[in-house]
Structure formats: structure tokens, C-alpha cells
Ligand binder design. Structure first.
Ligand SMILES: Nc1ncnc2c1ncn2[C@@H]1O[C@H](COP(=O)(O)OP(=O)(O)O)[C@@H](O)[C@H]1O
Ligand SMILES: [Mg+2]
Length: 388
């Protein structure tokens, strides 16, 4: 039998989306073709420690996480090329071999370019977006500014910094009120660098704006204030770049009331009353809605493809749009890289159909291709300036 590729799947992490990352990662691992890949689970706990070991593959294990009792091993990735894998922290110079790194984090430190920076320094092949695309995608307002620059429609917004509010709340409220499109309530307020709808809120007046800002500052040091699109629906679509670029079918996520909440996304079990959360796959949704105007579908598909290219994304990403019912305007709201559940539920319904196992194949193949191109680039010169 051919040697199986050792794939380190990294998940968890120091983020409010920690649990969702665990769910996404276990789902992905169970979809991997075990004839081709040898998955190595690497869990980063809430304090930032890295562990590996078979018990990490059991979902129930996380309810009472006890690394010592389960005999987990402490590992880390050193920012040094050529080591060939993860370093065992208990045994100096002992390496756990890894061929490809597959980060499956959501949010801070894992989706924002930080871990990608470590992969770059270590010169290891890794799945998904690089440092720049990850970092830009994580900062909602800065991402919108970049996308507006290539002609894509986004909502105007105003960033409010926590230290500025702590210094002078009134001045910040006045600054928001003086911003174009934000003169009138209601306004929508969210963390600029977070996800999973944690900390989002709607403000109907000045007092509520102050309260929603205070709530955002529990989770982030930057708040994003936007006009509130009250009468709208959302449409999401996924883009995958491997040897060929593909766009999935679109979906309409269904909110219980108003904005999509954390509960809508992860705790509804796809409309079923019970059952454990399947992460983003649990959201109630209409995939490839028959009654959605084909013009809207095509425009959204085109925008997503253009945004993917403008940001230099890799791997798989999901682009989320809001469509105003009043005037039919489409706004690109944000992108997620990687998306919850890797958006496998969209790819399984796309034409041609891409099963989750095949999606994983494309992602790993892409990571290896990319590592090959990088290795073909000259990055050093012989000593000349110092020799003079
Ligand atoms: N400007 C807005 N007006 C109305 N609803 C919004 C607005 N921005 C976001 N929402 C709602 O809040 C949800 C979460 O916001 P989003 O920007 O997608 O952040 P997250 O990264 O937490 O998913 C969206 O899915 C949508 O339902
Ligand atoms: Mg969202």
C-alpha cells in the first residue's frame, strides 16, 4: 500500500468559536479518506497548549477535558524550516512526522493569519488561505474597504475603538452620527474581528448604541457600526480554489427572528428539535432555493468569485451576502475562511456534486501544490554585501 500522507488537523484555539472549531474538525476528520491520509488530531486548548493523541477524536472527550488522564502528548510547531513535523515538548529533538497541516479554526489566532504565519516560518505545506487573505478577511471593515476598491458593493461602516470610547464616549457617539449613512437609527453593531454572531446587536437610539458598543467590547477592541438592514434576506455561497476554481450552489440561511444568532447557526440541528450540534451544518437553510431570482444568484456567484480573487484566497471560503428587500440591492457582508463545517453541505448539493471526502482531497492537493511553487522561488542570495 502507498504510504499514507500524515495530515495534522489543528483545531480548538483561543477563540470564542473554540467549540465550533472542534465540531468542524471532527466532522472533517471523519470525512477523510483513511486509505490516503493518516489524520493526526492536534487540539489547542483554551489556554493555548497544544495536544495530540487518539482520545481527541472522540467528541465526548471534550466535555471533561483531562489531558493527563488521557495520556495526551504535548507538541508544538517550531518556526524553523526542515524539522519534518511537530516537536514533542517533553522530549527534545523528538519529531512527530507531518506531511501537511490542516488548520480548522474559526476566529482569533486560527482564521486571522496568526497560525498561517507560523506555517510560513516553518515552511510547511498548509491548507487554506495564507497570511494576508486570512488577516484581511478577519477584519470586517478593512476587508470591505478592499472589496469596495475593486468595485464590489458593501455596506458603509464606521470603526469604533474601545480605548477611544473609554476616554470619551460622547465624542465617539457624535463621530458615528456624523458618518455618512449612519446619521439615522437603527444601527447594527458587531465586533470587527470576530464571528459566529457573538456580540452582535441592534441599536434603536443613542443609549442602545452605547450599550451595544459596551457589549462588543467584551469580545473585541474594535466595534463596527453599520446601517441596519431591517428588511433583508441573506444568501451565502462557497468558493473553492484548487487546480480549478469552483463556486458552489447558494443557500439562504433561515433566522428565527431578525439577525442570525449563534443559536440559529449551531444549536438548531437543521430544524430538528434534538440532536447534538453539527456546527454550521446545524443551521436551518434552503440550499439552491428554487424561488430565488436567477439574476441575484448569478450576481452573487460572480461577486464571490471576484472577491476570492481580489483577496488572494486559497482553499475553501464562504461569502455571505445581504439582499435588501426594499430596493433589491446586494451587499457583500463578510467571508469566512475556513467556513463552519467547511461548507461541505453546499458542495454536496452542487453540480457536479463534490462529496466531503473529495473536497478534502482538493484542499490537501492544493496545499501540496502551493508548497511546491513556494519552494521553486529563490529567497536567498550568496553573501555579497557583507563580504565587501
Ligand atoms: N448591517 C446589518 N444589518 C442587519 N443585519 C445584519 C447586519 N450585519 C449583520 N447582520 C446580521 O447579523 C449576522 C451576523 O453578522 P456578521 O456580519 O455575519 O458577523 P459574524 O461574523 O458574527 O457572522 C448576519 O448573518 C446578519 O443576520
Ligand atoms: Mg456571518
Amino acid at each position: 500500500m502507498r504510504q499514507r500522507l500524515k495530515v495534522a488537523v489543528l483545531f480548538g484555539g483561543r477563540s470564542v468559536e473554540h467549540e465550533i472549531s472542534v465540531i468542524s474538525a471532527l466532522q472533517m476528520i471523519s470525512a477523510m479518506d483513511t486509505l490516503r491520509y493518516d489524520p493526526i488530531p492536534v487540539y489547542i486548548d483554551l489556554s493555548g497548549k497544544w495536544f495530540t493523541g487518539k482520545p481527541l477524536l472522540q467528541r465526548s472527550f471534550y466535555r471533561n477535558f483531562d489531558a493527563a488522564a488521557a495520556g495526551l502528548e504535548n507538541v508544538t510547531l517550531l518556526p524553523q524550516p526542515g524539522l519534518g513535523g511537530l516537536s514533542r515538548t517533553s522530549a527534545p529533538n523528538s519529531i512527530l512526522p507531518v506531511d501537511v497541516f490542516f488548520p480548522l479554526f474559526h476566529g482569533r489566532f486560527g482564521e486571522d493569519g496568526c497560525i498561517q504565519g507560523l506555517f510560513e516560518l516553518a515552511e510547511v505545506p498548509y491548507v487554506g488561505c495564507g497570511v494576508l487573505a486570512s488577516a484581511v478577511a478577519m477584519s470586517k471593515q478593512r476587508c470591505k474597504t478592499l472589496l469596495a476598491g475593486v468595485g464590489l458593493p458593501v455596506l458603509p461602516g464606521c470603526l469604533v475603538e474601545k480605548p477611544d470610547v473609554l476616554r470619551d464616549l460622547d465624542a465617539q457617539l457624535a463621530r458615528v452620527a456624523a458618518s455618512p449613512w449612519l446619521e439615522q437609527f437603527p444601527l447594527f453593531v458587531k465586533p470587527n474581528n470576530s464571528g459566529s454572531s457573538v456580540g452582535i446587536g441592534k441599536a434603536a437610539n443613542r443609549e442602545e448604541l452605547a450599550a451595544t458598543l459596551a457589549n462588543v467590547f467584551v469580545y473585541d477592541v474594535e466595534a463596527l457600526v453599520e446601517p441596519c438592514l431591517s428588511d433583508m434576506f441573506e444568501v451565502n455561497v462557497s468558493v473553492l480554489a484548487g487546480r480549478a476554481k469552483r463556486v458552489s450552489v447558494v443557500e439562504i440561511p433561515v433566522a428565527t427572528a431578525g439577525a442570525l444568532t449563534y443559536e440559529d447557526k449551531y444549536l438548531r440541528s437543521g430544524g430538528k428539535k434534538s440532536g447534538e450540534s453539527q456546527g454550521m451544518a446545524s443551521l436551518t437553510r434552503v440550499i439552491d432555493p428554487a424561488d430565488l431570482d436567477p439574476g441575484i444568484k448569478n450576481t452573487i456567484t460572480d461577486y464571490a468569485r471576484r472577491a476570492f480573487d481580489a483577496l488572494g484566497c486559497r482553499g475553501v471560503a464562504r461569502f455571505d451576502f445581504m439582499v435588501s428587500k426594499a430596493d433589491g440591492r446586494i451587499y457583500l457582508n463578510e467571508l469566512n475562511s475556513p467556513p463552519g463545517s467547511m461548507a461541505f453541505y453546499l458542495w454536496e448539493k452542487s453540480a457536479p456534486r463534490l462529496l466531503y471526502t473529495e473536497l478534502v482531497d482538493c484542499l490537501i492537493e492544493d496545499a501540496l501544490d502551493r508548497a511546491g511553487w513556494r519552494a521553486s522561488v529563490k529567497w536567498e542570495m550568496e553573501f555579497r554585501a557583507l563580504k565587501q
